[in-house]
Design a protein around this ligand. Sequence first.
Ligand SMILES: NC(=O)c1ccc[n+]([C@@H]2O[C@H](COP(=O)([O-])OP(=O)(O)OC[C@H]3O[C@@H](n4cnc5c(N)ncnc54)[C@H](OP(=O)(O)O)[C@@H]3O)[C@@H](O)[C@H]2O)c1
Length: 278
Amino acid sequence: MTTPVLITGTSSGIGRATAVRLARRDDFTVYATARRLDTIADLEEAGARLLALDVNDERCMAEAVDTIQSQHGSVGVLVNNAGFGQYGTVEETDLDGVRRQFETNVFGMARLTQLVLPAMRAAGRGRVINVGSMGGRLVFPGGGYYHASKYAVEALSDALRFETAPFGIKVSLIEPGLIRTAFGDTAACTLSDAAHPAGPYDRLNTAVDQQMAASYRSKLLSAPAESVAAAIERAATATRPRTRYVVTPAAKTLVHTRRLLGAKLFDAYLRMQFRAPR
Ligand SMILES: NC(=O)c1ccc[n+]([C@@H]2O[C@H](COP(=O)([O-])OP(=O)(O)OC[C@H]3O[C@@H](n4cnc5c(N)ncnc54)[C@H](OP(=O)(O)O)[C@@H]3O)[C@@H](O)[C@H]2O)c1
């Protein structure tokens, strides 16, 4: 008997690397999912089963969960990975885009979790692994709405862990630092859409854009998606999985730095990295 693993957002980046890694194992049956099946066709050769799943689509989520439950009884491991960054300053960013981001990063994750829990509880076992971010523990300027979504993932994961432990369900949060995937390009696009050229935050937006591009280019500051997939595998297989896995050395340093400095000193540190608005 293998454990069925449902992974969202496997068309690229962390989700794809996780699907490939976990599909190599004999003890898992990996259900790789994506909004468009053509984007993951090759994952079948890697040993995964494919399902269409858009975390903004209730019917699609219910059908994917039903398919797995009809074959295995319950989802063994749910990896809530699908997500993106809606960047831009708090004042300038269009809230429709922010709502779409919350629909994916927070409500999509929450709803899919709700759908798998009854059968997990009945089975008396299961794991939920939420891909949060180091950005759920600290905030960079120009990313307030993205960080807000990842702070929400932190809160929901903590509540869920406590609430479902009596039913044998284990909940872990993965907190990646900068990972070289399509995420950085998507974030840069949303930032340029949100920014008003010659507006009050022009210099800050430019600084955020430059910082992001330079940081993702740096091999010291960023890491490949496979490093996150390895942490997800640990969370999926450890007898006693950790509540949080911070991925990348730079992320560990930043999370500690933020905790040690407190809000005001961290602001001072950020002012050295980003130019303030005029
Ligand atoms: N890369 C980083 O630096 C970093 C750092 C911390 C946390 N993270 C988190 O890691 C997770 C994965 O991101 P990534 O870095 O691998 O970026 P990515 O390469 O852009 O992958 C994002 C994935 O999410 C999928 N997705 C977006 N909206 C979806 C929806 N409504 N339903 C289903 N799938 C959807 C995308 O599918 P489509 O191809 O259909 O758009 C894609 O497969 C995200 O939650 C992100 O916040 C990333």
